[in-house]
Design a binder for this molecule. Sequence first.
Ligand SMILES: *[C@@H]1O[C@H](CO)[C@@H](O)[C@H](O)[C@H]1NC(C)=O
Ligand SMILES: *[C@@H]1O[C@H](CO)[C@@H](O)[C@H](O)[C@H]1NC(C)=O
Ligand SMILES: *[C@@H]1O[C@H](CO)[C@@H](O)[C@H](O)[C@H]1NC(C)=O
Ligand SMILES: *[C@@H]1O[C@H](CO)[C@@H](O)[C@H](O)[C@H]1NC(C)=O
Ligand SMILES: *[C@@H]1O[C@H](CO)[C@@H](O)[C@H](O)[C@H]1NC(C)=O
Length: 465
Amino acid sequence: MRWCSVLLWLLVLRLGLHALRGLLPPGSLRGAAQGVSSVCRATYGRFFVGPGDEYGRRYSSFPAGLRLEMREMARSMFAFGYDNYMKHAFPEDELNPILCQGRGPDTLNPSNLNINDVLGNYSLTLIDALDTLAVMGNATEFQKAVRLVIDTVSFDKDSTVQVFEATIRIMGSLLSAHIILTDTKQPFGNMTLNGYDNELLHMAHDLAVRLLPAFENTRTGMPYPRVNLLKGVPPDSLNHTCTAGAGSLLVEFGILSRLLGDSTFEWVARRAVRALWSLRSNDTGLLGNVVDIQTGDWVGKQSGLGAGLDSFFEYLLKSYILFGEEKDLDMFNEAYKSIRSHLRRGRKACNEGEGDPPLYVNVNMLNGQIMNTWIDSLQAFFPGLQVLKGDIEDAICLHAFYYAIWKRYGALPERYNWQLQAPDVSFYPLRPELVESTYLLYQVGNLCTFSSYTILSSTILFQYM
Ligand SMILES: *[C@@H]1O[C@H](CO)[C@@H](O)[C@H](O)[C@H]1NC(C)=O
Ligand SMILES: *[C@@H]1O[C@H](CO)[C@@H](O)[C@H](O)[C@H]1NC(C)=O
Ligand SMILES: *[C@@H]1O[C@H](CO)[C@@H](O)[C@H](O)[C@H]1NC(C)=O
Ligand SMILES: *[C@@H]1O[C@H](CO)[C@@H](O)[C@H](O)[C@H]1NC(C)=O
Ligand SMILES: *[C@@H]1O[C@H](CO)[C@@H](O)[C@H](O)[C@H]1NC(C)=O
């Protein structure tokens, strides 16, 4: 509980939702300052081994000069991507880097879901970049981009997109940019725009209304995975959805409802979460990865922390942090307990005792039996979630495991076989999960006034590298 409060502002920063502080339960930030140092001492006491050993020497410091150099490098990589998108691809959704030209939906092949789920012919990259421009402190470009979105983007398009992707990428970006524009505190520098009249909020509302048909005519209340922005749910739509797709909409839908004062959106998102939750196994408490939205039957019985389930858990906790509804926390805590008892294998402590270092595996939701021997790179979000939960020790441990894989290959393989200790699927589509976990752990290090590299200097790394 305390860590949720302590780390609240981190989440708020990540989402760019500063104004939402006003929507949070009073007092949720209280106690943030007190208690930090005692929690730090209790949690890290035995991890903090100092620069005495080899790992300490390699990882315990990150010189200020190097940090600034890295920051500039990140900034120029972003500018390179953004500028070239604007030059070669805008107003299309994204830049095809091989052909150096714009790319939108694959209209010739509607079943090319890899592309069509995400690209809606709505200048996706520009919208997605809004909050990053603000975080980079680039007020001129942020304001220019906001204008461009307002003046050129329309959702009145014959595009069939995935409800989940449109929600997290488009609705989330519009809402966070709206909040950045209207925040009285302006933490990134003056990002306000003369004459701004809540246009981005209206656009988010318009998009949400176009997504609503997905929630109609389903017997369980779980949404259809895809919807056409002009015509609603296409005839003969599949009734199968992944758990994450149906159950990670509450952050954006909840914020939209609260900003508009219209509970419809939060209500449909909550109904979907409740429906999923009611389908968890009575024996293990676990959920599967694919479900039928009409019958409630589990089509995919694999339970795990990666593809198909990941953000379902993330949104339970982040929704609680944002909205303060105890029910969300209760569900999260119960899910977390099931995860700990059925997915976690290996020894109890991270770096002492008998057995292998701990790992979260994929199991059958009904009996907890292992279904395969791979983990995927999406799972790397989990240490960050554990930070928010306050399970710092396990977070450090799991993060070190992913970091060791990263160090070995220079990126996270999409799937890594922990039995063979080799990649099963070798591509890396620039996923942000490990970075988010690293960032949250880094902030814990800051709160506790030592660097996360010091955390990593514990003998944990020795187990994996
Ligand atoms: C803001 O972004 C634009 C576009 O990437 C770039 O040309 C400009 O130099 C940036 N300004 C600052 C101060 O970083
Ligand atoms: C994108 O939308 C525009 C109209 O705004 C239309 O002319 C164009 O054909 C669409 N492109 C695709 C790939 O759907
Ligand atoms: C912020 O910028 C706007 C113009 O975009 C200006 O009207 C306003 O006075 C500025 N506010 C502050 C506090 O500097
Ligand atoms: C989806 O479920 C509905 C209602 O049970 C059914 O009428 C429809 O045929 C199903 N669609 C597919 C593609 O199976
Ligand atoms: C769990 O138990 C309840 C009551 O016994 C039953 O109605 C429900 O179908 C069971 N759920 C599952 C997923 O087995």
